[in-house]
Ligand binder design. Sequence first.
Ligand code: MOS
Length: 737
Amino acid sequence: MAFFDNDLDFNIEKEGRAEALAKVTGRGKYSAEYKTENVTYAVIVGSTVASGKITGIDTADAMLADGVLDILTHNNKPVVAGLASEEKIKESKIGLPVLHTDTIYFKGQPVAVVIAKTLEEAQYAASLVKTSYQQTKANVDFKNSHPSIPLKNDGKERGNVDNWKSSAYNVDQEYHIEGEVHHPMEMHATIAIWNGDEKLKLYDKNQGVNGVQNTVGKLFGLQPKNIEVITEFMGGGFGSGLRVWPNTILAIMAAKKINKPVKLMLTRTQMSCLVGYRPESWQKIKLGADASGKFTGLLHDSKNTTSLYENFLENITRISRLAYGFENLKTQMATVPLNMSTPTWMRGPGECTGAFALESAIDELCFKMNKDPLAIRLQNLSDVKDPETGKDWSTNYIRECMEKGASKIGWNQRNQQPRQKKEGNWLIGYGMGVGMWTAGRGKASAGLEMDVNGNVIVKTAMTDIGTGTGTSMRNIVHENTGIPLSKIKIDLGKSTLPEAPSQGGSRGLSSISASSNAIAETLKSELIKYAEKINPDFKNIKPSDVILSESDIKIKNKTASVSFQKIFSDNNLTVIEVEETTEPGADQKKYAFASGAAHFCRVKVNELTGKVKIDRFVSVVDGGKIVSEKPAKNQIIGAVVGGTGMALMEEMTIDKRLGALVAEDLAGYHFSVNADVPIIEVDFINKPDFNLNASGAKGLGEVGIIGSAAAIANAIFNATGKRFRNLPITPDKILKG
Ligand code: MOS
């Protein structure tokens, strides 16, 4: 079943998703859903301790259970070339030497994999595996561990870094955010199928099939081209799909060992520790302003959790170098190694965390100055030049975002003093936060084929992680050719298709849109070449002067046309194929690029229960040209929902004695559901940035979450007069003040 199903009859308007019908009818296949002949099932047995050594694994009982085919442990696994030695492990950049060590780094670390004929048999047998450990003391206590870890200078200092201190106004505060677990709707899963010793096929949940090809190739000593990776549909990707995790490696190892296809899907509980998470973090902000409200200096320090086997630095302070023109600035960062698995990128990684502290501190400073935080932000923006590089911003409409958002939410209704508005037991307050994210693009390829009936298939290896990539490619080809939307189908998420980068860092559409434009232009050029042999009117005609229909090519504003029928039969064609690769040019070095967002909200806080109700949320975003409005809005809505979770409920609760996660399922891990969020009002500036790419799209994935949690915390202050610097702000904290 293809991304855009050929045998379903589509007639969806421009803003409808290309894959909508395939998804809602259940015909689109997610990684674990592909029917695979002779498939067997693998289940991971996780360590029950958080630190120590494995002293023994007894698999005798488990091996006797019905249906069991084999059990892999570090003692009997097929050795993976890339995990064979310390050196190889470093090179492979995998981090955890899964099943290639007897050391336990975190609770839940895979220690065995049971393979059976059915899933149920594998699950039962997994419960019979007995592992013994020599346990050592585990440290999962971030709060008590970070003070002893020294900070390291990060990036260039600007001006006099102590300037903030002697300013008319200053703020010196610490911030703490709990870790957040990755829980996309679809759990990570792999089906691994070996074809001999050299060829491998993977159905795998990830955000970039070519990336998986390369990583797995290095790890298993295979040619990347001999590894086929398929990720046609994805039930959410927020950064956890940007790496190769143990489920993929173990499925491949298991399939090798038993010489049969193996399916391995993580459980919800395993998702909590095997696919990364947003690390717990500490920040310190020292911020000053002069009597006029101009920022005089900033010191921004951060620390985040990492594992004992790998260093993951979240770049939390990066945001402080982006939005405002701090002439005096110093940022420092550090990581805190704990008995936890390695964290990873999660929606707006770094910036989202950093913006909470920075935007909270700005709000606090404005309160001290008795000035409007909107006006102070506008006064201090650096929206002409990138304050870090000094380059001109190619486009930067953050000011417009702020002005538009303020007007939409009715910022003039906000009282400068807190606790001024009340309805019954509900205190009402307004808050805002600003986010920015560096925009960029990578080398990406797209292909197109067209048949005589004007049926077009647009192709790329890029995975659509739910963002609407396929829909946007379809829309770009439609807009640039005239071919009706109903005739354009999409094929993506396969490594056999034209190579593309992973979809991450808000660089999906900004990369592939340029290639989509290019294939549309090339198709028109090809057709002009054929047409001019048939009708001389087409001589010296440019691609921009023609328009295609489902049956012919025409010159705009003229009657001249040539039918596809004629072109195909005269030239004995069955299909016309084009492929284009685009990449950033030297031109892009001239400018700085970023997307921006201004978030505004109104909250109601119940004085008796501590409940926070987000009453309204307005986000105005500068993401360059908006290629497909509905998916773009969905992107921002989803990001803001993530921000509400960060602000009010998400918390990776850990039992410090056991080193164990407490909330390991969706019942225990609280995140925002429909009842927790209002209708999120999204608006776009929608001005293209043609220095970035031909479509003018800058990227939307991250920026929608950055600054959103601060907007909520600032609104809570405005409502209650209580300042919360630790997230999540749960009702007990509100009541305690
Ligand atoms: Mo995102 S954190 O780039 O998937």
